[in-house]
Write a protein that binds this ligand. Structure first.
Ligand code: SF4
Length: 569
């Protein structure tokens, strides 16, 4: 049984704890959300030392179950004021699990900027003054030199230190590229605790115990085969998530010019197909990069310039759209540079991309001005008035600029799917405890389903199901893409359940996934209710209901009555 590692930052001490009955059998988002709901005062300021920052490994972490190393990071969010879980790839979760740690709970606040090292001997604390103000790329280089290349590094850039509401947390991939737990401003919570970085080193650890190795091996093998046979997986391997550009643009649902149009004239220049062509010609580019060991898909990439210098890894659909089409920028190299700057400073490309579009709409810079957008992002680092504005995300930016068209729910910017054409996704944006988020229940139609995303009917049912399902997937620590095939093929869900049962020795039935997901959502909703959220917070901004999305003419017309039915436990 894995343990909880509690770190008291005020006193610089730590202790391992057995998981109490209310936490045992949980991992990932289920565990982080349960801890926040039980232990964080719901109305406390998110940057108060009473907030806790949790790094939770998924239930399957540390094993060779495919794509099972996502790290869930949870806290009360400074961006939304509600409960938050943001997860990232990389190797940190697998290393924590191998060290026997299901979750690390950071409590209180260090007296000065500190780096934590977690290894087989426990926790050590180091003064981080020498790396104060550093960007994530430099921190990773320095800490890798100091601790070797077998570790995983979790860090914040200057935005987290400055406690900006769009600050993210970086987690390294096995080859030390950056993966981001981007959403909800959790980097600001880490900054408020005076923690600059965590170094996770599992050398000498025992690894994770599997109770029934033979059955586990069978589950791994059948699940892997099923995932690889799924039609969409091949496209993800070849083009990565940017394959969605042509698909979502073709549906007329790709946010363009601050969510005013659903199709972008420059889509081809930012598409997965074009990126793949460029990468094929550029030295050192990698089209099927794996963000964690044990990934069987490789949807990530390493995007280089013409000389072979790495610009960014991975260049993802969400970042491309929010800092690209949504700002009318069609230069993929410039988008990659903006992405790199956001990664270095440690801010969410989605919230900051939406903020840049609002600044463009307010004539602070010209729509489509890539150089201006990059300079504005770099102003976050410098701490200028406009830099601090966009570093606090799209809600703060829109309100400061007097915009009536702020694409946010519960303070968090919408992801890269327009809710007027993708109404199931819009229903999730509106009703999730997390604020507008694409990983918590994104209803994208696929060729195997009859689902109509543009009808107002059937969306609360679709969103309810997907929100429960993805809450469970986030708790297992599985990557979203490995979990998609199981939506169409129930036997793959069975292999997931079989994998957990074989690992833990429990007897689990076929309802395990939905029961686990329901537990998570109940805890999250309970916390938000205690924090003061009401049904009125489960709504999209008015402009999505009133402004037709061109070219389809769709508006978001799922009724409030149906929104209120979503997971009304
Ligand atoms: S499929 Fe993509 S996101 Fe998932 S584990 Fe592999 S590289 Fe990471």
């Amino acid at each position: 049984m894995l343990k909880l590692l509690r770190v008291n930052l005020d006193k610089q001490n730590w202790a391992f704890e057995q998981l109490s009955p209310e936490y045992e059998k949980l991992g990932g988002r289920a565990l982080s959300s349960q801890i926040i709901n039980k232990e964080v005062p719901p109305t406390v300021d998110a940057l108060d030392p009473q907030n806790k920052l949790i790094f939770a490994a998924g239930i399957l972490a540390g094993t060779n179950f495919p794509n099972s190393g996502r790290l869930s990071i949870g806290a009360k969010s400074p961006l939304t004021g509600g409960i938050k879980e943001a997860n990232a790839g990389g190797n940190a979760a697998q290393k924590l699990a191998k060290l026997g740690i299901q979750a690390v709970v950071l409590e209180g606040c260090a007296n000065s900027l500190t780096t934590l090292k977690i290894d087989n001997d426990g926790v050590s604390f180091t003064e981080a003054a020498p790396i104060k103000g550093f960007g994530n790329y430099q921190i990773i280089e320095d800490l890798k030199k100091e601790h070797g290349d077998k570790v995983s590094i979790i860090s914040i850039g200057s935005a987290g230190e400055s406690r900006l509401k769009a600050a993210s947390i970086s987690v390294t991939s096995p080859d030390f590229h950056i993966r981001m737990a981007a959403r909800g401003g959790l980097g600001a919570v880490m900054g408020s605790k005076n923690i600059k970085a965590l170094v996770i080193d599992n050398q000498g650890s025992k690894g994770v115990e599997i109770k029934d190795k033979a059955t586990f091996k069978t589950a791994v093998s059948k699940f892997t085969k099923g995932v690889l046979a799924y039609p969409m997986i091949e496209a993800l391997k070849v083009f990565g998530t940017p394959v969605l550009v042509n698909m979502i643009n073709g549906m007329g649902c790709m946010p363009t010019r601050n969510f005013s149009v659903g199709q972008f004239d420059g889509a081809q220049k930012i598409s997965g197909e074009h990126i793949a062509e460029l990468m094929a010609k550029r030295p050192n580019s990698v089209a099927d990069h794996k963000c964690m060991s044990g990934c069987v898909i490789g949807c990530s990439n390493v995007f280089t310039d013409e000389k072979g210098e790495v610009i960014v890894s991975g260049l993802e659909y969400e970042s491309i759209v929010l800092t690209g089409s949504n700002c009318m920028i069609d230069d993929i190299d410039m988008i990659a540079k903006i992405n790199r700057a956001c990664n270095d400073i440690g801010v969410d490309t989605m919230d900051v991309g939406a903020a840049i579009a609002l600044a463009m709409e307010a004539d602070i810079l010209t729509m489509g001005d890539g150089n201006g957008a990059l300079a504005l992002v770099n102003e976050i680092r410098e701490g200028s008035e406009n830099g601090l504005m966009i570093g606090n995300g799209c809600k703060v930016t829109g309100e400061k600029l007097g915009s009536k068209r702020i694409p946010q729910v519960k303070g968090q910017g919408l992801a890269a799917y327009d809710p007027r054409g993708l109404k199931g996704t819009g229903t999730t944006y509106a009703t999730s405890a997390m604020g507008a988020d694409h990983t918590v229940g994104n209803a994208i139609p696929n060729p195997l389903s009859q689902y109509d995303p543009s009808s107002p009917e059937g969306q609360w049912e679709m969103s309810s199901f997907l929100q429960i399902y993805h809450a469970a997937i986030d708790s297992l620590g599985l990557c979203l893409f490995a979990s998609l095939p199981a939506l169409d093929f129930a036997d793959l869900q069975g292999h997931m359940v079989q994998g957990v049962a074989a690992m833990t020795g429990e007897t689990l039935d076929k309802d395990y996934i939905m029961q686990l997901g329901t537990t998570v959502l109940k805890a999250e909703k309970e916390f938000n209710t205690k924090a003061g959220f009401t049904k009125e917070d489960d709504r999209l901004p008015e402009f999505f209901k009133q402004e037709p999305l061109l070219p389809s003419g769709n508006v978001f017309d799922v009724t409030d009555e149906n929104l209120d039915k979503v997971n009304a436990f």
